[in-house]
Design a protein around this ligand. Structure first.
Ligand code: IFM
Length: 451
């Protein structure tokens, strides 16, 4: 029996990207050094030893990419601004060439009928600010506010949706605890302090935005997933999953929607020797500014086991043997449904946008000139079914942005995985639209699909 999955009129169908992952031109146009420009230089940091120095060369080829978006009928393009391209030293002097570049891109989107969604920070911190302590220095809240205000003033007339910060958890934890992202530190207490400052910076940017008179929506993008006990009746796994829910999701959402951090999680961390971030009077009020939408970035669910070696959470995700993408991320549409229900029940945001979701596949251009990627289409079919189902059950999901528009530099994994709906030949920079993108274009045109 076939089933029809419908999406409302005006649904924001989009695709997403981030500056360091696609722009290239790392040392052109007056841009300053970012922490990623520095991090990729250390041998061993990136799986294939590559850098984002050229990547998909969006800096020079954005017109071609935007023409493809138009052809596919995408309604929104989510992109980020490179902070050191706008302010090479992080504060003070503004690089006019950088501003002009983003104005040209945003104008081109508008001319082609594609709305813009601009992320203010997607991890490429100016190295000059890292030299002053980076996100661990409380002063960064002011530096970020200054940078955000420059963007509001210089680009505000061309932006349709704003995202303050992409995935504070990944910037904090992968960069400062796990160490596989820039700046490559390994200290949980430090990472938690960084997370607090990222959330404060988000709040400061929203607060400043409300004073500009700009009318576009503003929100943030959280990396979230359900955390299930690997063995549901093993008490230690149940505890492990509980702490991972707090570590991954509740810390960030409680702060923004309830103006507090999860008390039990903090107690457990403290009992294990973590130094909790210093929270001063007014910090939580700043963080808890009203946002217009919650951006959810999600890819999988985690099945968690007790792990004595993983201080301080004592928990680690285990594979379950389900179908997995080429990033080895297991498909779990049920977990996606549960996540949406959980967010709705506990936080009831006015509006949700799925600001990232997608699959890495082993794609290549066949002799017939096509990139056939049935696994990505299957992923999309299964995840979009959950979006349609959630909308039907009354959850206000206003849009879905596929991650990613073009293949690109996947951080520590370099170019070893391909997430795009548009294939990039990195030697020639040739773009090839993948079959999944043509399928998505039909879904957009028809307002849904049948399976
Ligand atoms: O590539 C990243 C993106 O920068 C942030 N969210 C997850 C994506 C896939 O790993």
């Amino acid at each position: 029996m076939t089933k029809r999955y419908n999406f409302p009129e005006g649904f924001l169908w989009g695709s997403a990207s981030a500056s360091y992952q696609i722009e290239g031109a790392a040392f052109e146009g007056g841009k300053g050094e970012s922490i990623w420009d520095r991090f990729v230089q250390t041998p061993g940091n990136i799986d294939d030893g590559c850098t984002g120095g050229v990547s998909c060369d969006f800096y020079h080829r954005y017109e071609e990419d935007i023409a493809i978006m138009k052809r596919l009928g995408l309604r929104v393009y989510r992109m980020s601004v490179s902070w050191p391209r706008i302010m090479p030293k992080g504060t003070g002097e503004v690089n006019r060439e950088g501003v002009e570049f983003y104005r040209k891109v945003l104008q081109c989107l508008r001319d082609n009928g594609v709305k813009s969604c601009l992320t203010i920070y997607h991890w490429d911190l100016p190295q000059a600010l890292q030299n002053r302590g980076g996100w661990a220095n409380r002063e960064i809240v002011g530096w970020f506010e200054e940078y955000a205000k420059v963007l509001y003033a210089e680009l505000g007339d061309l932006v349709d949706i704003w995202i303050t910060i992409n995935e504070p958890i990944i910037a904090a934890m992968n960069g400062h605890w796990i160490g596989e992202h820039a700046p490559g530190h390994h200290d949980y207490s430090h990472a938690l302090l960084v997370a607090h400052h990222l959330l404060m910076a988000h709040g400061a940017a929203v607060k400043a935005y409300r004073k500009t008179g700009l009318k576009a929506d503003i929100g943030c993008s959280m990396n979230m997933q359900m955390e299930y006990p690997f063995i549901p009746d093993d008490e230690r796994d149940v505890e492990a999953a509980k702490i991972m829910m707090a570590h991954q999701n509740e810390f960030y959402l409680d702060a923004i929607f309830k103006r507090r951090y999860p008390a039990e999680y903090f107690e457990i961390l403290q009992s294990r020797g973590v130094v909790l971030p210093e929270v001063l009077e007014g910090d939580m009020e700043l963080i808890g500014q009203k946002i217009d939408f919650l951006g959810i970035n999600t890819y999988f669910a985690e099945y968690v086991k007790y792990d004595a070696a993983r201080w301080p959470v004592f928990a680690a995700a285990e594979k379950t043997g389900r179908e997995a993408t080429d990033a080895k991320w297991e498909l779990c549409p049920d977990g996606f449904r549960a996540l949406l229900e959980w967010v709705q029940k506990n936080y009831a945001p006015d509006k949700i946008i799925i600001t990232e979701n997608g699959a890495a596949c082993n794609d290549w251009v066949k002799q017939n000139g096509k990139v056939e990627d049935p696994n990505r289409r299957e992923y999309l079919e299964r995840y979009l079914a959950e979006v349609a189902g959630a909308i039907e059950r009354g959850i206000n999901i206003a849009g879905y942005f596929y991650w990613c528009f073009t293949d690109n530099f996947e951080w520590a994994r370099g170019y070893t995985v391909r997430f795009g709906i548009v294939h990039i030949d990195y030697k020639t920079q040739k773009r090839t639209i993948k079959e999944s993108a043509y399928w998505l274009a039909e879904v957009i045109k028809n307002g849904g699909y049948s399976l």
